[in-house]
Design a binder for this molecule. Structure first.
Ligand code: HEC
Length: 115
C-alpha cells in the first residue's frame, strides 16, 4: 500500500516536471486543434501552410516573425481585432478568429509561428 502511494507521487512529480518544461519553452502546440480552429474560422480560405493565397502562407509569417519576442502578441492582435487589410487593392477587414478562448487563440498563433 505504502509502496503504491510512493509510485503514484513519483509519477506525479515526473509529470509536473514534463508539463512545466514544455510550458516554459512555449512549445506545446495542439496541431489538430489549431487546424480545426483555422478551418472553422475560414482562415484556410486565404492562408495555407506553405502556399501563398490571398494572404501570406503560415511559413512566410513564421519566417517574418522568427526571433521576434513580440510575435505572439502581434499575431493575437491581428486575428482578434480585425485590422484593415488590402486584397487586390481593395480594403477589407481581416477575418477574426471564431473563438473567445484565449488558450485556443494562443495555440493557433503558436501553430502558425512554428510552421
Ligand atoms: C479574405 C482573406 C483572409 C482570411 C479569411 C484570413 N486572412 Fe489572414 N491575411 C489576409 C491577408 C491579405 C493578409 C496580409 C495583410 C497585410 O499584410 O497587410 C493576412 C495576414 C495574416 C497574417 C500575418 C499578419 C502579419 O502581421 O504578418 C496572419 C498570421 C493571418 N493573416 C492569420 C489569419 C488567420 C488565423 C485567419 C483566420 C482567423 C485569417 N488570417 C483569415 C487574408 C485573409
Amino acid at each position: 500500500m505504502a509502496n503504491r502511494k510512493m509510485n503514484a507521487s513519483k509519477t506525479l512529480v515526473v509529470l509536473c516536471g514534463l508539463l512545466f518544461s514544455a510550458h516554459s519553452m512555449g512549445q506545446t502546440v495542439d496541431i489538430a486543434a489549431a487546424e480545426a480552429l483555422a478551418k472553422k474560422s475560414n482562415c484556410s480560405k486565404c492562408h495555407s501552410i506553405d502556399k501563398k493565397k490571398d494572404g501570406p502562407s503560415f511559413k512566410e509569417t513564421a519566417a517574418k516573425y522568427k526571433g521576434k519576442t513580440d510575435a505572439e502578441a502581434k499575431l493575437i492582435k491581428h486575428i482578434t481585432s480585425g485590422p484593415t487589410i488590402k486584397i487586390d487593392g481593395i480594403e477589407e477587414q481581416h477575418q477574426m478568429v471564431k473563438t473567445k478562448d484565449e488558450a485556443e487563440i494562443k495555440n493557433l498563433v503558436r501553430y502558425i509561428l512554428s510552421r
